[in-house]
Unconditional design. Structure first.
Length: 331
């Protein structure tokens, strides 16, 4: 879903940029009241994990791949507003450091990958919580369904943007059917990853999951927060440097749709295409595996640092920031 420059017209890019800026501004205001002392390191960790996981493209059909978007996952772990900021940090780092997603496309990439997936995913998750048992299994299943739905909603969002900002004479209905069709398949992978990740956190530190705060579980049986975060960082680095080596090098869903429907030619070269980590490779490192590993580690650490710094600053500006907070279930 990382759209390059040129996939939508300039007015559409500006319009989606304004919408995204407003949504992120609202998220910053809401997050000041929702970020507790424990949520700050967890938010930074979640940003690092989402960045690393997005490096792993998995096959969904012949010649087509998908990767985690992470909005629903972040929303379940941290609440929708903080989750939105988490994925926004990831999308911005990818665009500015890795030339993944256009600079003029930042507005619709943030809207589709962060805003729609976190808010939409949270809404589906809350519905699932009402329909499923109030157990850890019920939370994990609801999270998986939310992850699936969030990907489809993101595909629908881009299709609607195409309706008003198409950069090529390709009919809306053709783009809509192709986008939703391929992202239904990608959504299955997203749902599985989201559900399994939430289940893993619930087994170790269920008290850290915002979407399960009504279960009233304690942290005594699990690792301390510092140990949990360090373990999560280690997993993120392993994914970025190791698992990403096995990513499938085929077009993702949006790229495949652009090629099949005929608007791929609208893509413009990224302004930072020659940067040191462009395309998740390290300039000057000849070995392909080492180049990818260095870029992945650098990106994971950078995302962790930026995310942690942002959330520390946001919490520090909240009234009564020194008091511990608990995220309300209703978001």
């Amino acid at each position: 879903m990382h759209a390059p420059d040129g996939f939508l017209t300039l007015p559409a890019a500006v319009g989606t940029g304004l919408i995204s800026a407003g949504a992120v501004g609202a998220a910053l205001r809401q997050s000041r009241e929702q970020l507790g002392e424990q949520q700050v390191p967890l938010a930074g960790l979640t940003a690092a994990f989402v960045f690393a996981a997005q490096m792993v493209n998995f096959p969904v059909a012949a010649g087509t791949t998908g990767h985690l978007l992470g909005g629903a996952l972040a929303a379940v772990l941290l609440g929708p507003w903080v989750g939105m900021l988490v994925v926004t940090v990831v999308v911005v780092v990818q665009a500015l450091v890795f030339a993944d997603g256009g600079l003029s496309a930042l507005g619709y990439n943030v809207l589709n990958m962060a805003v729609v997936t976190s808010l939409g995913g949270w809404g589906v998750f809350r519905l699932g919580r009402r329909l499923l048992p109030a157990t850890r299994t019920g939370v994990a299943v609801a999270a998986g369904v939310a992850g699936f739905a969030a990907v489809v909603l993101s595909a629908v969002a881009f299709s609607l943007q195409w309706l008003v900002g198409a950069s090529a004479p390709v009919p809306f209905d053709r783009v809509f059917v192709a986008m939703v069709g391929v992202h239904l398949l990608i959504g299955v992978g997203e749902g599985v990853i989201t559900g399994l990740t939430v289940a893993a956190v619930l087994r170790t530190r269920a008290d850290l999951v915002a979407g399960a705060s009504d279960l009233r579980v304690g942290a005594a049986a699990g690792p301390g927060l510092r140990r949990f975060v360090l373990g999560g960082v280690a997993v993120s680095l392993l994914v970025a440097a190791g698992v990403a080596q096995f990513a499938v090098d085929d077009p993702d869903g949006l790229e495949r749709v652009a090629e099949d429907t005929g608007f791929a030619a609208a893509e413009r070269e990224h302004a930072l295409a020659n940067s040191i980590f462009a395309d998740y490779a390290t300039a000057g490192v000849a070995n392909e595996s080492t180049s990818l590993a260095v870029a992945g580690i650098a990106g994971t650490v950078l995302t962790l640092a930026i995310g942690g710094g942002l959330f520390s600053a946001v919490r520090g500006r909240a009234p009564g920031a020194g008091r511990p907070r608990r995220h309300p279930v209703g978001g």
